[in-house]
Design a protein around this ligand. Structure first.
Ligand SMILES: Cc1cc2nc3c(=O)[nH]c(=O)nc-3n(C[C@H](O)[C@H](O)[C@H](O)COP(=O)(O)OP(=O)(O)OC[C@H]3O[C@@H](n4cnc5c(N)ncnc54)[C@H](O)[C@@H]3O)c2cc1C
Length: 430
């Protein structure tokens, strides 16, 4: 299971650091952290609870700041595998409609494709499978549910459900929004709460859409992306794979208690009721959805955690376990990947003797950026849900999906390398 530093899948590992890293969770966050720790020369073990890879979910977005990370894996091979699975909006762009009249307020052009920092929008399960298989072929991914985490001054570890104890120099808890490590890190139970919104989401083949002359337009000339923006709701609709599949998401207010579960079967009648006063095209699209493909996804949120690092600094929360994002940021998975790059660099820079310092340095390097990016999920949602249409008439550009350079142009590996020494110096002064 442990990695040996050989050349694998085109990725040359650096010299070995001797640092043993346990990664819990094989979502994008855990897989990214494992792959990056391997790249930086650490010995990695991944543990994942799900018994088999399932193509769960629907659309997921990765910004160029994630593409830059993927591009470094297997000499660009991972990007080459992900590209055909992703929406291509080079020609179409993003049509933003007013919710009631349906008029296209603006067509937001798609940014130029960058080979070294591509962005991806595709089926979560399909893109996940590419990354999962890459990590599994290099690292192995045993199926094991983790019961608890532990640490002392010299090591940290996990206890599997079977009772087996495994220890390492550091444990990266990438076990999602319900992370079991959070209590060890924080010292108290921190429950997820409702964000006040849920998302109806669906992904299905376009057969009925093509048969209807009014919706066939979305399936005939390549991939498309349209959004209807209205009071306290927004509806995003894409056709993908040259028009053969489609997906839509409708964010709507929801105050359900999400203590036990956050994904429920959706009811088409409820969706139709919610958009009954909207552009009839929205109902037409929704009507094509097979009800069994509809999910009502409760958007779980958390107040920012005061820390992602355990008291002895040998357990680190990463990805959603540290900081869940609203989908309107389109950065949840990307920031999880950035985390993995940063901790891998910090551990190499600090070496085996200084693991706790490296873990603390990672948090210092990442915390403010993650928080600022997280806030864009709220600001974009509020911008769309509380639109001043008179102002949009004067300047339609204000309703565009924000594409901030400080998010997208960021090279997290370069940043971690540049900041590490200064941050560690600052830590020793405290
Ligand atoms: C099933 C699912 C579907 C999703 N669909 C979408 C989507 O369609 N669009 C979107 O934008 N975002 C989606 N997300 C969220 C998105 O994937 C995350 O925001 C982002 O990828 C962060 O990933 P992560 O690795 O931090 O967490 P997660 O993706 O939640 O991964 C956590 C992993 O840890 C594993 N795990 C949890 N507890 C244990 C344990 N005790 N022992 C061992 N392993 C454990 C889980 O099985 C899971 O694989 C989905 C998440 C999940 C879990």
């Amino acid at each position: 299971m442990a990695t040996n530093g050989s050349k694998t899948n085109g990725t040359t590992s650096r010299s070995r650091t001797g640092i043993k890293v346990i990664v819990v969770g094989a979502g994008f966050g855990g897989l990214g952290a494992a792959i990056e720790c391997h790249r930086q020369g650490h010995n990695v073990e991944i543990y994942e609870a799900f018994p088999e890879l399932k193509q769960l979910g629907d659309i997921i977005s990765f910004g160029p700041n994630a593409g830059r990370i993927f591009y470094r894996w297997a000499d660009g091979e991972i990007v080459r595998r992900m590209r055909p699975l992703s929406i291509d909006l080079t020609k179409y762009g993003f049509n933003i409609h007013k919710y009631d009249t349906g008029e296209i307020v603006i067509n937001q052009p798609t940014p130029k494709y960058s080979v070294e920092a591509p962005n991806f929008n595709g089926h979560r399960g399909e893109l996940h499978e590419v990354v999962f298989n890459y990590a599994r072929d290099d690292l192995g991914i045993p199926r094991n549910r983790i019961s608890t985490y532990f640490e002392d001054e010299n090591e940290s570890g996990i206890v599997l459900e079977t009772g087996t104890k495994v220890s390492a120099d550091v444990v990266i808890a990438a076990d999602g929004v319900r992370s079991k490590a959070r209590k060890t890190v924080l010292g108290y139970e921190d429950k997820p709460k409702s964000s006040g919104y849920a998302v109806w989401r669906a992904w299905f083949p376009n057969k009925d859409m093509i048969a209807d002359p009014l919706t066939a337009q979305f399936c005939e000339n390549g991939d498309t992306f349209n959004g209807w923006i209205g009071p306290d709701m927004h509806f995003l609709f894409s056709t993908i794979k040259n028009g053969s599949d489609c997906c839509w998401v409708l964010t709507h207010p929801d105050e359900h208690d999400i203590d036990e579960s956050w994904s429920f079967p959706g009811k088409l009648s409820e969706v139709k009721e919610a958009i009954k006063d909207w552009d009839p095209m929205c109902t037409r699209i929704v009507s094509k959805t097979p009800e069994e493909m509809l999910v009502d996804w409760k958007l779980v949120y958390r107040d920012p955690l005061p820390t992602w690092v355990s008291p002895k600094a040998r357990i680190l929360l990463l990805g959603d376990s540290a900081h869940p994002f609203l989908p309107t940021s389109a950065q949840g998975a990307t920031q999880a990947l950035e985390d993995g790059v940063c901790i891998a660099v910090c551990l190499r820079r600090g070496g085996k003797e200084n693991v706790p310092t490296s873990v603390r340095a990672h948090e210092k390097i990442r915390y403010e950026r993650v928080r600022a990016t997280q806030k864009t999920g709220e600001s974009t949602r509020d911008m769309w849900h509380k639109t001043d249409w008179a102002k949009v008439k004067e300047n339609p550009e204000i309703i565009q999906f924000p594409r901030q350079d400080w998010i997208f142009d960021f090279d997290t590996e370069k940043n971690a390398e540049e900041m590490y020494d200064g941050v560690v110096e600052g830590l020793s002064e405290v």
